[in-house]
Design a protein around this ligand. Structure first.
Ligand code: ATR
Length: 270
């Protein structure tokens, strides 16, 4: 059995083992996938031990994505742009290849599951941490008309806007006045983890806006409640994105693309 794992801290509540078990069953692939909680100061040692024991690859979640980027021997273009890696693959010669499938996951979820067209749309991205960095390149690649990035700590948003300036129409704006009437508003902050919504005015939501939180479950609730209060009817958490980024990782490891819809439905079902 080929071994895979998700590394994070905390990682106990990760749905990734369930998702990859479902993909493996669906596609007849012989693999195991576990959740490994690495100590905050021990990601590299934990990863190396896993590889020494035969691990073939893994996913990396908060707070280790930047470290995974630094540890990878090579990276794909999206990981290089984001300076963060969420998928690692151990090549037959031991080379550690890094990828970032978060942005692809978000785009697939928006396009295939929500039927949201990004081309020509005005998009507000709230947050400027690793989660935000991972989706900017793909959003710009999708042909958005404008991507505004707003963050509580304004210089971080400005730094990301500067880093991606050559890739499309991106600019930074203040969190309390990022502009009005966006078509798509994405929450990539960690505010929901402490029960808060980011402090954006409700005027950010356009008349037919789509609101999407990049996290799933209760952590998405405060932002989506804010959107609903503003009259937004299309509100979505990050569960679909999670399953879609997992499917991309599965494809990178196994060369087979699993069907995502039944897995999303099963997870939503409880
Ligand atoms: P991640 O990798 O999950 O993005 P991160 O790099 O720690 O984690 O970034 C967390 C993001 O959530 C940041 O944009 C952070 O804003 P700051 O840069 O000002 O810290 C944002 N964030 C966290 N709590 C927030 C809150 N209560 N309101 C608004 N933004 C918040």
């Amino acid at each position: 059995m080929d071994r895979y794992a998700v590394f994070g801290h905390p990682v106990r509540h990760s749905k990734s083992p369930r998702i990859h078990a479902a993909f493996a069953e669906q596609t007849g692939q012989a693999l195991t996938y576990e959740a490994i909680e690495a100590p905050l100061d021990g990601f590299e040692a934990t990863l190396r031990a896993f590889i020494a024991a035969g691990g073939r690859g893994g996913n990396v979640t908060v707070p280790f994505k930047e470290q995974a980027f630094a540890l990878a021997d090579s990276c794909d273009a999206l990981a290089a742009q984001a300076q963060a890696v969420n998928t690692l693959r151990v090549e037959p010669d031991g080379h550690l290849a890094g990828f970032n499938t978060d942005g692809i996951g978000l785009l697939r979820d928006l396009a295939q599951n929500l039927h949201v067209e990004l081309r020509g749309r005005r998009v507000l991205l709230i947050g400027a941490g690793g989660a935000a960095a991972g989706v900017i390149g793909p959003l710009l690649g999708a042909g958005v008309a404008e991507l505004v990035i707003a963050n509580r700590t304004a210089p971080r948003a400005q730094a990301l806007a500067t880093r991606f300036a050559g890739h499309g129409p991106i600019h930074a704006a203040a969190l309390n006045a990022p502009g009005e009437g966006f078509d798509v508003v994405l929450n990539a902050t960690a505010a929901g983890l402490t029960g808060q919504a980011p402090a954006v005015p409700v005027s950010v939501f356009g008349p037919r806006a789509v609101a999407c939180d990049l996290v799933y479950g209760p952590a998405a609730a405060p932002f989506l409640a804010l959107a609903r209060q503003a009259g937004v009817t299309t509100c979505h958490d990050g569960l679909g994105m999670l399953v879609e980024q997992a499917a991309e990782a599965f494809w990178l490891w196994r060369g087979i693309r699993p069907a995502t819809a039944p897995v999303i439905a099963a997870l939503r079902g409880g």
